[in-house]
Design a protein around this ligand. Structure first.
Ligand SMILES: [Fe+2]
Length: 346
């Protein structure tokens, strides 16, 4: 009896001694912190799948992309963030230039993401693609009237184009793309042509330009493709109605190559010591489940060429092909800014 009691005590003690540490392990799973320009709830279902598969938790903080590099520079080594998810090379490149990123090298990533969409030292890479093209009001413009970006330089387009400000990353990268392909002189002519074609001074975002041409303010807009996809499938019937008046025009540049392609990308911060977990997370983002999620919910194109685009995008009959190594869009950003100033694109 005594023996059995003491055995029971030992088991109890063992239990007591062991359980707290087991609990602790369960309470504090490995967690990576991500600064993101978009809101966490938009990608939460995807993060939940990753957490279930890997046991690694992901917490996101929404950070305005314009403030991202100054915030990270200020936080330095003490930043709580392990990684960033940001749209457009013009927002990713400054992080690289400030030395804030460290490489994430992985065979899975190299298999899933084309080289053109990865920074050459693996400091960042694209996980989704978008194109920046013209959209027309079908009642006012024939699609065949615009075959090249440069067509807008013709004076027939004077006072008919809507486009947002040059402080916006998307416009900066489009101009950087044209500088790379056609040289500074031709790119300057295009930017000056855009300014001449403007129906009003730049205001609002891409969605605003699309809604405006649908309601008869201007005839042509410059916008990223996913904004059109989102309007077409919006919960708001008035947005769907407006979107039906529009048509995307997948123009070439005069170099004969297809439209500007940009990315939503990810990078790992130098200050982070969670390389294994971040690598797993990035690999997950390049695989089918995540790629399908981005194209279905955001109406972006998959960066992984083995994953099909959402049917809404497929209906446009266009497959984006990056024409410029993405890093060049960042390297040429300063030249683009100088041209904007020169031609007076506000
Ligand atoms: Fe956007």
């Amino acid at each position: 009896m005594l023996l059995r009691l003491s055995a029971l005590c030992v088991s109890l003690l063992l239990l007591l001694g062991l359980t707290p540490s087991v609990w602790a392990a369960e309470e504090e799973p490995e967690t990576i912190y991500v600064y993101s320009a978009s809101e966490e709830h938009l990608v939460r279902p995807l993060l939940d799948i990753f957490e279930k598969e890997s046991g690694i938790h992901v917490k996101m903080t929404t950070v305005d992309r314009a403030a991202l590099d100054s915030r990270l520079a200020l936080e330095g080594e003490d930043t709580p963030a392990d990684a960033v998810i940001v749209a457009d090379v013009a927002n990713l490149y400054p992080l690289q230039a400030s030395g804030l990123l460290q490489p994430v090298t992985s065979d899975v990533i190299k298999q899933n993401i084309p080289q053109m969409l990865r920074q050459k030292d693996d400091l960042w890479m694209g996980v989704a693609m978008r194109s920046r093209i013209y959209f027309i009001n079908k009642d006012k413009v024939r699609a065949s009237a615009l075959q090249y970006y440069e067509d807008i330089e013709d004076e027939t387009w004077k006072d008919r184009l809507l486009v947002r400000s040059s402080t916006n990353a998307y416009n900066q990268s489009l101009l950087a793309d044209l500088i790379y392909r056609r040289g500074e002189e031709e790119a300057t002519k295009w930017a000056a042509g855009v300014v001449d074609a403007m129906a009003r001074q730049p205001e609002g975002g891409d969605r605003d330009q699309l809604r405006a041409i649908a309601t008869g303010v201007g005839d042509v807009a410059l916008s990223n493709t996913y904004y059109f996809g989102q309007l077409l499938t919006s919960d708001d019937p008035s947005d769907r109605k407006l979107a039906k008046k529009l048509q995307p025009v997948f123009v070439k540049s005069m170099d004969g190559k297809g439209p500007h392609v940009n990315i939503r990308g990810v990078g790992m911060l130098k200050a982070s010591d969670k390389k294994e977990a971040v690598t797993k997370f990035f690999e997950f983002l390049t695989q089918e489940e995540a790629q399908k999620f981005f194209t279905k919910h955001n109406k972006e194109y998959p960066a992984n060429p083995n994953v099909a685009a959402d049917p809404v995008l497929q209906a446009w009959g266009f497959e984006p092909k990056p024409q410029v190594p993405v890093e060049m869009l960042g390297e040429l950003n300063a030249k683009a800014m100088a041209i904007f100033a020169k031609v007076g694109w506000e």
